[in-house]
Structures are given as C-alpha cells and as structure tokens.
Design a protein around this ligand. Sequence first.
Ligand code: FMN
Length: 405
Amino acid sequence: MPKSSHVLLGVCGGIAAYKSAELVREFQRRGAEVRVIMTRAAQEFVRPLTFASLTGHKVFTSLWDTSGGHDAAVIEHIAEAQWADVLVIAPATAHTIAKLAHGLADDFLSAAYLATTAPLVLAPAMNVNMLNHAATRANLLVLEQRGHRIVSPGSGYLACGMTGDGRLADTEAIVRASLEQANPPSDLAGETVLITAGGTREPIDPVRFLGNRSSGRMGYALAAAAERRGARVILISATTALTPPARCEFLPVETAEDMHAAVLYRLPEATVVIKAAAVADFRVRQVASTKLHRDGPLTLELEPTEDIVRSVAEHRRSGTLVIAFAAEMGMDTARAREKLRGKGADAIVLNDISREGIGFDSDRNAAVFLTDEAEVHLGESSKEEIASRILDQVPALRTHHLLAQ
Ligand SMILES: Cc1cc2nc3c(=O)[nH]c(=O)nc-3n(C[C@H](O)[C@H](O)[C@H](O)COP(=O)(O)O)c2cc1C
C-alpha cells in the first residue's frame, strides 16, 4: 500500500481559521495524515482542542511547550518539519507571510518553515486592502520566487464587510495543490508543452496600441502546472505583469504576428500546444510612423490577423495535440464545438467571460473542456485549479488521439 502523505497544517490568526477544520477532514478523506500547528493568534479564533480531536494528535502551539510529558530529547519543531511531506499554511495571514518572506522564526510555525525541506503551500486570506498592500504583494512575490505554491485567494464578500479578493481559496483547490506538492504527479513527463499567454498589442502609432483585458494568468498557471507535472514547457507570452515559472523556456512577443511567428518556430518541438493567449483578431492596416495628433476625427482601417490555432493545426507533426481556448459571453457549447472543428484543434476550453469576477483580468475562471465527443465541466475555481483540471484531460486526449490514428 502506498504511504499516506504527511500534511503539516499551519493555521494562522484570521477569521478563516474555522475553515481549516474542514481542510483537515478533506485531507483525511483523501488518505493523508494531518498534524496541526497553530499560531498564538489562531488560538483566539479556534481552540486547539478542535484540531486535536480531528487529528487524534497533539496540536503544536508553542516552541516552549514542555507540558504533556514530551521527550526532552526531541526538538518538536525540527521533528515535525522532518515528518512533513508538505507544509500547508491555510489561512496564511499577512503577518505570517511577512515573517516567512524575511526568515523570522519566533514561533513554532515560522521555525518549522525554516527547518523543513518539504514543499510549502500557502493559502492567504485577509481583508482586500491588506492583500493588495505593496508590502503583502512584495512578500508573496518573494515566497513565490522561492518556489513556494500560492493558492490564490478568491473574490467575494469578506468577513470584514468589504467585497473583493481575500477569501480563503476553496478547500478542494488547497487540498489538491498540497497533495500535488507532496506527491508530484509526473503524468506529463516526456511531453513538450507549448503554451501561449497574455493579450497581444497591435500598434496604432509609436506610442499607442489596440489591446485587450487578458492578464495572462491562465496561460502562466498552465505553464507552472505543466512544469510541476514533469513536462518541458515553452511559454510564448504577450506583454503581462507576471513572472514566468522558473524553469520554462520563455519567449516574449508583442503582436499577433510576432506570436504567430514564434509559435511556428517552436512548433516542431511541441507534443502539446495550448493556446491560452488572447490574440487580436484585427490589426491596423497602416501603422503611423510618428505619434498621431488630435487634429479631428480619426478612422483606423483594420485587417484580420493570422488564425494561429488553424495554422498550428495545419503545420503540427502527427501526434501533437492542439488545445484551443474560446472566450465567449455565456457557455455556448455548440458554438465552441463549431470553432473546434473549424480550426482543426483536438479540444477547446470554453470560458464564460460574461460574469463578473471570472475570466479576463481575474484570478478565477469557469470553463468547460470540449472535444468532438466529450464535454467535461471543469467548474468555477482559481486559475491554478482550472489549469490542473485542464492538464488532467491531456493523458486521455493523447490516448484518444492514438486510437483514432
Ligand atoms: C477579528 C480579527 C480578524 C482578523 N482576520 C485576519 C485575516 O483574515 N487575515 C489576516 O492576515 N489577519 C487578520 N487579522 C490580524 C491577525 O490576527 C494579526 O495580524 C496577527 O498578528 C496574526 O498573527 P499570526 O500570523 O501569527 O497568526 C485579524 C485580526 C482580528 C482581531
């Protein structure tokens, strides 16, 4: 029987601390063994007894705890750090995030963080202004660049009465990300996944362009997830504010034409192509060579850009899978399937961009994965979670493709 994953769960002092009890149950339902560390502030919200009862194990609350007849020869935070296959901090407060980013170690949780070699998964939860504060953003970036997995908070009504980002991510997304870190799947080992991301910019004059609202987050989440699952990743990205995953091969581009050229250039190496970029459908026919002045009305003549997916489908090697994206107002699966057939792709991910808080320029998405015969509802979740669910479909798509040949 495979060894159950050892999950060391850190609970910090935020309102969402009560949701950590649900997390423990879900980890256990998936066969993991859980032990809990609580910060001093977390104990203001939930009593350690809750977690002790759920886990059947002592809850770690202090570096200096000598009660309970524990063996003085065992330094508990070191022992627990070594026991863990993954350290999960959920909810992660702004305070603890800051401590981890700076390497402070004045309590059990922060000391265990420094002492463990296990991967770290962080699920931040806090007031929207705390989350968006430059200090918190910078600390999260440091932790992300250190290779830790951040499960993005969701958006909605917060306990503080405000609405916005800062809600603890779904239990499902946290558990999945954590177990993935504890036992990284390698189902994409041997694949070279070419991913496009971001929104292209079509110049009007030397300082202006036609653009779109794509943030690039979906494509970057796919690149990070594919890399974790053992794939070699080529990320071709239009301008975004994001940092590409550490190990991927990164090609920055600007226009639809640049992206088309870059994709065709790297296509011979790809075994899977995922077209998550929002590529302009039109470009300005005559780009002005000097800055246009407001001398009266201006008419721009537009011409269609290249259809990159169709071009990829035509030029790919046999066996290369092509997954396209369709951003639609509503979940019109019939229209998306028409697009799938028209472009010669193997699958299409249909996103609903008509709803507030999901799709373009958001951390969340809602999608359906469509092939000629199948329709898999991926649900609504963080873009990281949707990325994992899309990649879950690749092995089955590969098998289907082989059988059809
Ligand atoms: C009622 C209340 C709710 C709080 N909720 C949060 C929260 O959701 N997220 C957060 O980062 N801090 C929150 N805080 C502030 C933290 O509790 C505080 O920064 C504390 O020092 C965190 O300590 P810890 O990171 O060691 O758990 C809250 C404080 C109070 C009084």
